[in-house]
Write a protein that binds this ligand. Sequence first.
Ligand code: KIV
Ligand code: ZN
Length: 397
Amino acid sequence: MSDPISNPGSEQDRLIIFDTTLRDGEQSPGASMTKDEKVRIARALEKLRVDVIEAGFPIASPGDFEAVKAVAETVKDSTICGLARALDKDIDRAGDALRNAASGRIHTFIATSPIHMEKKLRMTPDQVVEQAVHAVKRARQFTDDVEFSPEDAGRSEIDFLCRILEAVIDAGARTLNIPDTVGYAIPHQFGQLIETLRERIPNSDKAVFSVHCHNDLGLAVANSLAAVRNGARQVECTINGLGERAGNAALEEIIMAVRVRPDLFGCHTRLDATQIVPCSRLVSSITGFPIQPNKAIVGANAFAHESGIHQDGVLKHRETYEIMRAQDVGWSENRMVLGKHSGRNAFRMRLQELGVAFASEEEINAAFSRFKDLADKKHEIFDEDLQALVTDATIDA
Ligand code: KIV
Ligand code: ZN
């Protein structure tokens, strides 16, 4: 297998990673962060080499305004973005918060699905287009880097999406973000949507297509990847998949899917993947949201092998059961978990690492059978258990 990590590629095939942990991630009930916590996470995201950090929603509260401002003043190697509804007061507030950014982006949005326009906004489609165009033009007075999102695009009508997106490009939007706000999309259909928009919007080559997928059906990452296969060149995501309701697409899964399968995606990111695990831990400790053990890439078991067959395979050749190296995403190493499915090979290896030398095969066999007895009673056997087992074996002999 070729090394999936060194995968430089050309600029036009670059996938922009837009992290919204500090904005949509913070919208998880119970995940709100202080200004200082946001700055700490933003620094970690900068170290991870995320392209764009959405630091917050400046109109939402004075605290969020200050947090976006502080992040914009601290982080210089990533673009800092502030969210704004398509309203003058929101856009001005975001522009103000981003004033000192080395590179600042305003992300403005308005809903475009029939249900949102009729029941929530109580506006006609014509009014929505007019407000979107006005918002983008106003945001352009603060920065050339303006992103527009038709909220609930996943449930919007394609003709209307084409119309509004064409109009906001003419007004100066340079990133068109297609949100699946309620996690309603299915991968093949969402990929098709991106392809159709790119084909049907006459000035689509003037903007980068982006996607922002929610995980209500557990499909946020799959939908984002389907969009990338169909020409999206920005993905909005969060560390550990934090976000509203069931969360957003998980950054770590997107990055590693694109790296491990360059044959399918043909694009690359500029991220330093070795920072993934440290960043994931930081977000978990600050928000108090634990990481499930079997979570892809960042879960404690993501690179752990327990069964004898798997351990034996990995000890002979890592790639028999691993498609990435634990070290490449920031773990110190893969982990052989000793439990009831483990085999003699892993058992012997771990004891060698602990400095235990056996005088004979019989001694190993005795210790191994004690180990199996204990493993039937205990989920995981730790080094201290092994030391005790070996001592017992020696005493018995
Ligand atoms: O899910 C959503 O639609 C959003 C927008 C503000 C982009 O978070
Ligand atoms: Zn969202």
